[in-house]
Design a protein around this ligand. Structure first.
Ligand SMILES: [Zn+2]
Length: 324
């Protein structure tokens, strides 16, 4: 594959290089099908939210001791409600990977998410990186979170996403724990290189992965666009805020149209919370956490108009990777 060719943008794509809100109405026209703007790709993708507060974020952990979490003002409920309203407006259902710590403190939020017909899935309990936990502690906290979420929703919780995508080559054993505890899919493997996570060389497409014991579980890896041999993480979070929207859109389109695959998009409620307290951390973490918070919500509206979305469970079912 010629990397240069794959990076070439069709002319219509260049419209997105200016302000974030300017195109919103045009994109809505396209959704109505008036034929003036490019249409959505036929593939339906997984829309996901990792439900946690700004003080749970791994990048800020050095400045926010865990034992101060309880004293801080929780902002996750208000931001999640805004995301729920946005999804409702577009009649989109998504998957919410809820941190057990949040579910314990704000059970009503979990109930609201479920009552609106979204999928509630598990984001662990403590937001500790898996490769810093023992298998015993990981098993205990994962079970605690799954049970709590199931009690709150009255529904089985079958999906899991690790804090900071921390299922890496050295914590692959966690897949065995997930299988043992009845999870049917995982969405924690990021097939890139990164200082905190990543499994370079892992498959880009949803499929089954094998745990060290030999069992298997469906995996929806974090999505990357392939530009020749280079994998670019374009599917949400900091990448969505830091990269220009047109780049994200073209990367995601290439996954849908050229690769014929669904992608998973992910975001955190704090990424649309412009007024969150600023924490004094090093330059890299500050850059990753705070850049373009003010642009995120309008970008998200564009994304929801540009692509088709449903829950991760539905996408995996459609692809024959889940039977229930
Ligand atoms: Zn998280």
């Amino acid at each position: 594959m010629n990397a240069k060719a794959t990076l070439t943008m069709p002319r219509t794509e260049l419209r997105g290089t200016t302000g974030d809100d300017s195109e919103a109405s045009g994109l809505r026209s396209s959704a109505r099908g008036n034929g003036t703007v490019e249409s959505k790709a036929a593939v339906t993708n997984a829309f996901t939210i990792d439900v946690e507060d700004y003080y749970h974020v791994s990048a800020l952990a050095s400045a926010i001791p865990r034992d101060t979490w309880g004293e801080r003002d929780s902002r996750v409920s208000a931001s999640t409600d805004r995301l729920l309203a946005m999804l409702d407006e577009k009649r989109i259902k998504g998957t919410f990977f809820v941190l057990g710590w949040v579910a314990d403190k704000i059970p009503q939020l979990v109930k609201r998410i479920a009552a609106l017909g979204h999928e509630v899935a598990c984001h662990g309990y403590s937001h500790e990186l898996i490769y810093r936990q023992t298998p015993g502690v990981f098993a205990e906290e994962t079970r605690r979170s799954k049970t709590l979420l199931e009690d709150l929703t009255g529904m089985p919780v079958i999906g899991y996403r690790a804090a900071s995508f921390s299922i890496t080559p050295r914590s692959r054993w966690a897949l065995d724990t997930l299988i043992e505890q009845g999870f049917l899919y995982d969405s924690s493997i990021f097939p890139v290189r990164h200082d905190r996570y990543g499994m370079p060389g892992a498959d880009r497409a949803p499929g089954y992965v094998h745990a060290p014991s030999g069992g298997r579980i469906a995996e929806f890896p974090m999505s990357t666009a392939a530009f020749g041999p280079v994998r670019v993480p374009v599917s949400g979070g900091g990448y969505f805020r830091l990269l220009p929207y047109w780049f994200t859109r073209n990367g995601l389109r290439s996954i849908n149209e050229r690769d014929g695959m669904p992608f998973t998009f992910y975001l955190h409620p704090w990424e649309i919370d412009v007024d969150q307290p600023r924490v004094d951390v090093g330059f890299v973490s500050r850059f990753r956490h705070y850049t373009n918070l003010s642009k995120c919500e309008s970008r998200l509206r564009r994304l929801l108009a540009d692509f088709n979305f449903t829950t991760m469970r539905n996408v995996l079912r459609t692809r024959g990777l889940l039977s229930s």
